[in-house]
Design a protein around this ligand. Structure first.
Ligand SMILES: Cc1cc2nc3c(=O)[nH]c(=O)nc-3n(C[C@H](O)[C@H](O)[C@H](O)COP(=O)(O)OP(=O)(O)OC[C@H]3O[C@@H](n4cnc5c(N)ncnc54)[C@H](O)[C@@H]3O)c2cc1C
Length: 450
């Protein structure tokens, strides 16, 4: 049996960045990662907003494969392309993993690779460590004062906790996720508009999601799609099949050479109702911190790791690593991003209920400007669009069904924002607050389905 201050399950962006921050503060940390260290590679679109890396002072200059000046967002008929501003990078994603690993180990973090988390060690109402299977097949116990679940979308630690009535254990439902598949390919010609990522809205190609085309260096592109998990579960849709059926036919991909192919699950909902309990904290995808509209999760993984690490250090100082002692992580995360995420979650549900015809007609009517797309998709601010929808509806320029869905979404976005402003100051009131959130969602979904 070995004892650390902090054990982190998962050596992705959130886990390694937490290990770096906490080791820098002098804590003994150990990262458990099921993959071998040389394969710390995450299947993603490889894109990250510049502000995320700047916010955390991470130098990416030697792992950038392309610079973006914005996104081109295409309507279903592809005759409208909104040029949405926003600076970002295409990352060499293996290099990103290696960089975070080096940052963590340089501060003294121990990495146990090819090691799988088996179950949490729970004593009474507190987490005391984890049971793992090492690469030699040995099963051993690692004790810790705090366990961080950074295991990605499945949240393997938190969903194995015995306290089913506490929302940190809530599993990710397919209805709240996108199932994605992507290829990194070499294409014949260097793409046009290389300095823009391309997002295609099309409910036939990518039902309840979108498909993307992100130029990387030279003539290499990252192309993929995400399908709403509800359609995967209920209609048996498969993103790799849709990729082959619709995207491979495209002229841009003629004669492509596949460099890497793979898929994964992206959480696309509001964060967990609580990211902490007694001696346990969730970060990154395990805490469901991804942007529900575009599925960008690398930035929020860094943010949640930072806020969690600061909170753990503070709680340690006060000698209280209980849910109450760690509670301020919830408050900080909700203020920094969680409240926006909840508004965006309401909006993504409205988008998922729209037909191609409604999206096309809305964009033709100029329902959103390029700047409004940016503000709406990153911050959930709906004010100017709300007024415009009402005006366009009066002028009969947009379908009634579309206006209804948007007005409903904007109304519920305001309601959820108010509810998040009333997030409980301590764990005792969590149950009541969670009940109100669930009620708001069920009212909204019922109204959307009408
Ligand atoms: C196809 C796809 C495209 C995406 N594109 C983008 C994009 O372009 N930009 C963006 O910002 N985000 C993108 N995302 C989302 C982004 O990849 C995630 O939000 C981000 O990687 C989350 O980091 P994380 O550290 O929380 O989780 P992960 O990176 O998933 O790391 C979790 C780690 O835990 C390990 N683990 C899991 N279970 C165990 C276990 N039992 N024992 C030990 N270790 C375990 C895993 O091996 C993994 O290394 C995309 C996601 C997908 C699937």
């Amino acid at each position: 049996m070995t004892k650390f201050d902090i054990v982190i399950v998962g050596g992705g962006t959130a886990g390694l960045y937490s290990a770096y921050l906490l080791s820098s503060l002098g804590f003994s940390t150990c990262v458990i990662e099921q993959k071998p260290i040389e394969k710390l590679y995450k299947v993603t679109g490889d894109a990250i907003g510049k502000h995320h890396v700047e916010q955390h002072n991470i130098d990416v200059s030697n792992i950038v494969e392309n610079y973006y000046r914005g996104a081109l967002v295409y309507s279903p008929l592809e005759n409208i392309a909104l040029r949405v501003p926003g600076e970002g990078y295409a990352l060499d994603i293996s290099g990103w993993g290696r960089k975070l690993l080096k940052m963590a180990t340089s501060r003294g973090a121990e990495i146990l690779d090819s090691t799988t988390f088996i179950k949490p060690i729970v004593e009474g109402d507190s987490v005391r460590g984890v049971v793992v299977k090492r690469k030699d097949g040995c099963v051993s116990e690692l004790k810790a004062s705090v366990v961080i679940d950074a295991s990605g979308a499945t949240g393997v630690v938190r969903t194995r906790l015995p306290w089913t009535n506490i929302p940190i254990t809530e599993p990710l439902r397919p209805e709240d996720a996108s199932y994605a598949y992507r290829e990194v390919v070499e294409v014949k010609d260097v793409p046009d508009n290389r300095d823009h990522i391309r997002i295609y809205l099309n409910q036939e190609v990518a039902p309840g999601g979108y498909w993307w085309y992100f130029p990387k260096k030279d003539n290499i592109v990252n192309v993929g799609l995400g399908i709403w998990g509800k359609h995967v579960k209920e209609r048996g849709l498969n993103p790799a099949d849709h990729y082959r059926k619709y995207i491979l036919k495209r002229r841009e991909l003629e004669g492509r050479r596949v460099i890497n192919a793979g898929g994964g699950i992206v959480p696309t909902r509001r964060p967990l109702d609580t990211l902490v309990w007694n001696n346990i904290v969730a970060v990154g995808d395990a805490a469901l911190t991804v942007n529900p509209i575009h599925g960008g999760g690398l930035g929020p993984a860094l943010l949640s790791a930072k806020l969690a690490s600061e909170t753990i250090a503070d709680a340690w100082e006060r000698g209280d690593l209980s849910a109450r002692g760690l509670w301020s992580y919830n408050l900080k995360y909700i203020e920094a991003y969680g409240k926006k995420q909840a508004k965006l979650d309401i909006f993504r549900l409205a988008l998922q209920h729209m037909s191609n015809d409604e999206i096309q007609k809305g964009l033709e009517a100029g329902i959103v400007t390029e700047n409004e797309v940016l503000i709406l998709s990153s911050e959930g601010k709906e004010l100017s669009v709300f007024d415009k929808v009402k005006k366009l509806l009066r002028l009969r320029k947009v379908p009634l069904s579309l206006a209804r869905k948007l007005i409903l979404a904007f109304t519920y976005m305001r309601r959820i924002e108010r509810l998040y402003e009333e997030y409980p100051e301590d764990p005792d009131k969590l149950e009541e607050w969670s009940r109100r959130v669930r009620k708001l969602y069920s009212d909204y979904l019922r109204a959307l389905a009408r």
